[in-house]
Design a binder for this molecule. Structure first.
Ligand code: SF4
Ligand code: SF4
Length: 426
């Protein structure tokens, strides 16, 4: 294959040479654990990519399928003696495939035309929400099917419904502490698509939690999608750059940019690595990435809220809580202790550590849509871990993980509740 068709893979070529074929990654790869075939695991995927780089293999639908069958959990790199970063190579390969082969409908349409256009996306969701609430059956009052224009993607899975009133219609751009209280810090808040369109009550919780702690929270109106599904999942770097440029400009004036979604936080940190195609973008994206803090990091490491001052909602008092590590938070950003510190500080609830808390839940965005059966099997191992803790509530901080846990706990008729970290705190 011509080298100019492998523009992105060429940039990460050195990562392909790190693998010494020991096979340690096969013990931790959730895909390999289910499929038991060599092309499922990092070592096998690396060999396929090396064959492409050597001109021995062309991109084709089978190879694309193998490269999309990865949840980007990073467990392979973590367990690898040489720290070979095969997941990065996979993202680069997806980018070369997207550029040279195109992106399948409806994903290409969603990436290029809906996610970058907040007005159009929001209006479509509003229409869908109306149709959904008027004509579609409710399953249990809280969970419904995907909006109708995306119903082809749902395959009958159950996820929370679109909010009737989006977050930015419920809160102002500038959110100040109560009258008479001078703000000690001013931050930019990135609620992400989920808090904006699906769970605005969680965005409000984050804003209220911070304003009560003397933080002025600004939610710039021009911000866009973080781009994770677009450039990390779908390899559409061109649209990813448009989204990155929008977000960098939106938060230019802030020293801290706070996100309560693990995936959004991770995507922002990855802008320089994957999307910086000019020295100007490299500088701007690196500066922006340096300002990003996940909410758990911000409240423990920056605000340094003392353990004694955490208050909780009534729903968790007297309950047993456990924490699920989103892959984007623990392996990609190294944030493991901050959320645990917060949960362990809650006097009125009991914290219990889940075995294998960092094991992927099987969501991984587009992966869940493309390989729902496999995603469910991966989730079942997570549900076994949750069961073993005897916890009442699983807490996490990634809407994707929350939906996956909710979908599978419901499907398997389990009683445990799923809550977002900021939903637990007052
Ligand atoms: S653990 Fe690392 S070095 Fe060993 S086979 Fe997997 S990717 Fe290669
Ligand atoms: S990132 Fe996760 S799913 Fe992908 S190859 Fe590595 S261990 Fe397997």
């Amino acid at each position: 294959m011509k080298n100019d068709l492998l523009q992105e893979l060429k940039r990460f070529e050195d990562d392909a040479d790190q693998c010494m074929k020991c096979g340690f990654c096969s013990f931790v790869c959730p895909i390999y654990q289910e499929e038991r075939i060599e092309s499922s695991v990092a070592r096998g995927k690396n060999e396929l990519i090396k064959a492409v780089l050597a001109g021995e293999l062309e991109f084709n639908s089978e190879l694309t399928d193998r490269l999309y069958k990865c949840v980007a959990c990073g467990a392979c790199t973590e367990s690898c003696p040489t720290q070979a970063h095969i997941p990065r190579l996979i993202v680069a390969a997806r980018a070369d495939i997207a550029r040279t082969e195109g992106i399948k409908f409806p994903y290409g349409f969603i990436y290029r035309h809906l996610l970058p256009n907040r007005g159009l996306f929001g209006n479509l969701l509003k229409v869908s929400s109306f149709i959904q609430s008027t004509f579609m059956p409710k399953s249990n009052g809280a969970i419904r099917h995907l909006p109708n224009f995306m119903s082809g993607l749902s395959h009958g899975r159950q996820i929370p419904s679109i909010a009737h009133k989006f977050l930015r219609r419920q809160v102002p751009v500038v959110n100040k502490p109560a009258q008479g209280i001078k703000p000690e810090l001013r931050i930019g808040y990135f609620p992400g698509c989920m808090n904006e369109y699906v769970t605005p009550h969680l965005g409000i919780r984050t804003i209220e939690f911070l304003t009560r702690r003397k933080v002025e929270v600004v939610m710039p109106s021009v911000q866009g999608c973080c781009g994770a599904p677009v450039f990390l999942g779908g390899g559409d770097f061109e649209t990813g750059r448009k989204l990155a440029d929008t977000n960098v400009a939106a938060f230019e004036k802030f020293d801290y940019v706070i996100a309560d979604c693990a995936t959004c936080s991770c995507a922002f940190k990855e802008y320089p690595r994957f999307l910086a195609d000019t020295p100007e973008r490299k500088e701007a994206y690196t500066h922006f990435a340096g300002k990003i803090r996940h909410i758990s990091q911000f409240i423990t490491d920056v605000l340094e809220i003392p353990a004694s001052s955490y208050q909780t909602v009534a729903a968790v008092k007297g309950k047993k809580l456990t924490w699920h590590d989103p892959c984007h938070l623990n392996r990609h950003l190294g944030i493991t202790q901050q959320p645990r510190k917060i949960l362990q500080s809650i006097d009125e609830a009991q914290y219990v550590e889940m075995p294998d808390a960092g094991r992927c839940c099987g969501m991984a965005g587009q992966f869940n849509l493309l390989y729902y059966d496999l995603s469910q099997k991966i989730a079942e191992k997570k549900i076994d871990s949750i069961d073993s803790t005897d916890a009442d509530i699983v807490v996490t901080s990634c809407p994707g993980c929350e939906f996956q846990l909710l979908d599978n706990l419901t499907r398997l008729d389990r009683p445990q509740k799923v809550m977002s970290l900021m939903e637990v705190l007052e």
